[in-house]
Design a protein around this ligand. Structure first.
Ligand code: MF3
Ligand code: CO
Ligand code: CO
Length: 254
């Protein structure tokens, strides 16, 4: 992950981020009907690439530090950064996170959701619901004067209260004309610790929550991160801005 001095965005720059974020959210909505048994993750990737270009944008993941595809598709025990593949066919009962980042006029809109393929198991359904709510609690902790640690504490407290664990190895990140920049935003931690939030900060909140242990390992492909115990992992992601009084979610479809 690159790091640099944290920048504060002007309201004009935040509107550019919102345009990118809106397209990202609309792309997820566009892809959702493809999430069905029998569809390959490469088919979803290729439709994402086609649609993104048709909307005058391009896909930040493609070629990013050598990543070979346009989106990330992370199924079941894959935590994040799964690579779309023609041989990987969605099956009834799977959960799949689709993570998209179109670049619109230089600005990145970074968002992801976990979808059910057909009918989920009870534990898969609970994990996905708890992961979404944990992201929302993290977002609700954001306001000027709050601390980065308040976000992770809210997420961790909620996820662990349901018996799940928080991935440590991947964090939220500042995002603007650069894909990954300061600050780092852990999804675990202590309230009152870390950098103070200020109006104009823009970053992602993207908790990865595991059914079992939080430990991750990366496969030989150099990208695919999986749970070491083979149990499920879910994730949701929004890009947000700190406002004068609270938080503004930039990755909403309208
Ligand atoms: N979109 C991912 C994130 O939320 C990053 C994907 S980088 C890639 O930060 F190279 F794997 F595509
Ligand atoms: Co993302
Ligand atoms: Co991100």
């Amino acid at each position: 992950m690159e790091s640099e001095t944290m920048v504060l965005l002007s309201s004009r720059e935040i509107e550019k981020m919102r345009q990118a974020g809106r397209l990202a959210a609309q792309l997820l909505d566009h892809l959702e009907p493809m999430v069905k048994p029998g569809v390959s993750t490469l088919e979803i990737n290729d439709e994402a690439e086609r649609w993104t270009k048709a909307h005058g944008a391009h896909s930040a993941p493609l070629g990013y530090h050598g990543f070979p595809k346009s989106i990330c598709t992370s199924i079941n025990h894959v935590i994040c950064h799964g690579i779309p593949n023609a041989k990987q066919i969605l099956q009834d009962g799977d959960i799949i996170n689709i993570d998209v980042t179109p670049i619109v006029d230089g600005y990145h809109g970074d968002t992801s959701k976990t979808f059910f393929v057909g009918t989920p198991s009870p534990v898969a359904k609970k994990l996905v619901e708890v992961t979404y709510e944990s992201m929302m609690r993290g977002i609700q902790a954001v306001k000027p004067g709050a601390r980065i640690g308040d976000i992770g504490a809210a997420i961790q407290e909620y996820a662990e209260s349901h018996g799940f664990s928080v991935v440590r190895d991947f964090v939220g990140h500042g995002v603007n004309t650069t894909f990954h920049t300061a600050p780092q935003v852990p999804h675990y931690g202590k309230a009152g610790k870390g950098k103070k939030l200020r109006q104009g900060m823009v970053f992602t909140i993207e908790p990865m929550i595991n059914e079992g242990t939080w430990e991750a390992k990366v496969l030989e492909d150099g990208w695919t991160a999986i749970t070491i115990d083979g149990q499920l992992s879910a994730q949701f992601e929004h890009t947000i801005a700190v406002t004068d009084s609270g938080v503004d979610i930039l990755t909403l479809p309208d």
